[in-house]
Structures are given as C-alpha cells and as structure tokens.
Design a protein around this ligand. Structure first.
Ligand SMILES: *Cc1c(COP(=O)(O)O)cnc(C)c1O
Length: 360
C-alpha cells in the first residue's frame, strides 16, 4: 500500500523524510549498535539529541535568551492544570478567552484552581469567529490571559498576536506551532503538544519566560512544575525519549525546508488553494469567517449531508484519509500541517470536484 495523504487533526501526518530517517536509524543509531528507544536518557548520546533539538527549536522560533525550553509529559491537557499551578503566584483569578473547543476545555480545568474571568466568548459549540477585542472584558487583576492561537476543531486561527492590556499572555499553539514566525517576547508562555505539527504524541513543548518560573503553588505536582523541569533539563523522570528524538528530526527538517517563513508560505498556499476551490463551489462551504480562517484546519460542509458517508468512503478509496470533522462540529475537516505536500491538497481538490460533479 503506498503512503496515503492523511488529513488527520492529530496525531497527524509526519514528513516522509523524517519517517525514512527514523526508519533507517531505528535499529542502529549512528553506529552505536542500538536504538534511540533503548538509550539511557541521561547518557551522552541522548543528551546530544536533546541539546540539538533545543538548539534547532531556538533557532527556528528565535527564542530569546531569557526563555526556557521545557519538554513535558501529559499533552496540552496537562498544561491546562500546570498553567494555573505555576502562574497564579498567589492571585485568585485568571483571564481566559473562549474561541472554541480547546478554549473551553482549558477553562473547565482552570476553574478547579482559580476564578476564571472569561473575557469574551462566542458561546456556540462550533464558533466561527473571534470576538472583537473591544468586547473583551479584562479586569486587570488577573494573573495571566490564556488563549488558543489555533482552534483545531472549529478551524479558527488568530491572524495576529492578541493585545492583552498588560497581562502576561499564555498561548496554546498545539496545532500551529512551527507554522509561522512568532514574536516570543510578546508571551509569558507558549505550549504545544507534539502530535499535530512537532512529532508523535508523548511530548509537550513549553517555552516560558524565566521570571515566571518559581513561586508556584506549594501543591504543584513535581511532574507539572516548571521549576522542577527547568532545573532538571526536563529529565526529572524518564522522559518519552523516542517522541523527543522524533521532535528533533522534525525541527531539523523544518530548518532544511527553509524555516518558518517557508512553513507559513506553504500553509497559506495549501489553505488558500482549498478555500478558493470551496468558495467557487455551490456544493461545499467553509463556515468560518474569512478574517480568521485557520491555515492548518479547514472545516467544510457538504450542501447535502446525506452524502457524508459516501464522500468519506470514496475519498479513502483514493488515498485521502481522516477527513471526517470532529463530532462536535460534524461535516468534514482537512487538517494540513507542515508535512502535507501541495500535491496532497491538489489530490483532495480533484477528488472534491469529481464528487460534486457526480452527485449534483
Ligand atoms: C490537540 C489539542 C489539544 C489537546 O492535546 P492533548 O495532547 O491531547 O492534551 C489542546 N489544544 C489544542 C489547540 C489542540 O489542537
């Protein structure tokens, strides 16, 4: 079976080059006669992998000196708890912007630890726009402002870094990290689980400004403590070494492709191709407001939803898989992260055109 075009939202497609390299060195890593999976995490060889990964990520994202790069377990969801534990610093309130599914999940978790000021919300389970900033209800006494930069399920992405009126900004970039250059210095903390755009599931990248580390809640679990992870080089316990190594291969691959400017160019190319096709069609529709359409996740609805199953089955028959929308939204969703080649989007559009011609 040839490799298919995988439009899954996550775990998602990884670059072919990365998969081939991991395959080639799986049994015998750099003539050591054993695999990265079998390597002690505190030995020199894994230390080299960890250091190279951090160096590549620092270069790609232009991470300033006064930010730590942590590799943590538990996915983005563990950060939903880690953030209030570490960043409340004795305050009782935090600000959260709600623009969709993951925003809401973060709010539910934060509610366990503090008062949550939901500064604006689009309420709908499948929001299609970002509430305008003049409607954000920031009090100013919140410990930080949390938002989701790309809502993976709704397909809503911030076109710019939000203005926080002076609050420490915390961004969930799980589904669009490494897809465009970002000004890290505007943030207190950003985080991203790996399985969308960084590698296989198992590691979470946390980039945090140094002065925000320390003075965490005394009951903070060690496994969620930025102090513990920054003083142990993210090796407090045995880390998920293989996903970490894979994240390093992905970062290196992104560098070889031309870095984040090139990733952004490709992301816009892919999403514009698909959105332009949808716009010119009477059969498909993207419900998201054009001002904040995600470059990564493009949801679309068929004019006649009774064709949904046929669409998915026939797409899968021609090697276009995992196009089903999230159950909260329905319809279809094409997730196109860095690893998706332009040819994958072209193949999808050809299929969609042929399907439309057949049924309408
Ligand atoms: C996938 C995703 C999550 C959840 O990640 P887990 O690693 O499963 O906890 C959170 N936020 C966003 C934006 C996501 O895309």
């Amino acid at each position: 079976m040839p490799r298919v075009f995988n439009f899954s939202a996550g775990p998602a497609m990884l670059p072919d080059d990365v998969m081939h390299q991991a395959h080639a060195e799986f049994l015998d890593y750099h003539n050591l006669g054993y695999s990265v999976c079998e390597m002690p995490h505190r030995g020199k060889d894994f230390k080299d992998i960890a250091e190279r990964t951090e160096a590549d990520l620092r270069e790609l994202l232009a991470i300033p000196e006064n930010y730590k790069v942590l590799v943590m377990p538990g996915g983005a969801r563990a950060q939903y708890a880690a953030i209030p534990f570490n960043l409340l610093k004795g305050r009782k309130k935090a600000a959260y912007l709600d623009i969709g599914h993951w925003s809401k999940e973060a709010i539910v978790e934060a509610h366990k630890y503090c008062d949550v000021n939901v500064i604006a919300s689009n309420a709908d389970p499948a929001p299609t726009y970002i509430p305008p900033i003049d409607q954000w209800n920031i009090n100013g006494d919140e410990a930080y402002l949390h938002y989701v930069d790309n809502e993976t399920i709704g397909g809503v992405e911030f076109p710019h870094i939000p203005d926080t009126k002076g609050l420490t900004l915390v961004g969930d970039m799980s589904s669009n990290i490494l897809s465009r250059p970002i000004d890290i210095s505007k943030y207190g903390l950003i985080y991203a689980c790996a399985q969308k755009n960084l590698g296989p599931a198992g590691v979470t990248l946390v980039i945090v400004r140094e002065d925000l580390i320390g003075d965490e809640h005394p009951l903070t679990p060690a496994m969620m403590s930025y102090t513990v992870f920054s003083t142990t080089d993210s090796m407090y316990n045995t880390p998920p070494t293989f996903p970490w190594y894979m994240m390093g291969l992905v970062a290196h691959w992104v560098k070889k492709q031309g870095g984040l400017e090139e990733m952004d160019r490709m992301a816009k190319l892919r999403s514009n191709l698909l959105n332009d096709f949808i716009k010119n069609s009477d059969f498909y529709k993207n419900p998201v407001d054009p001002s904040c359409r995600s470059r990564m996740n493009v949801p679309f609805i068929l004019a006649d939803e009774s064709y949904n199953d046929a669409f998915l089955n026939e797409a899968s028959d021609v090697g276009l898989v995992n196009l089903k929308g999230h159950r909260a939204v329905g319809g279809m969703r094409a997730s196109m992260y860095n690893a998706m080649p332009e040819s994958g989007v072209e193949a999808l559009i050809s299929f969609m055109q042929a399907f439309e011609d057949k049924v309408s």
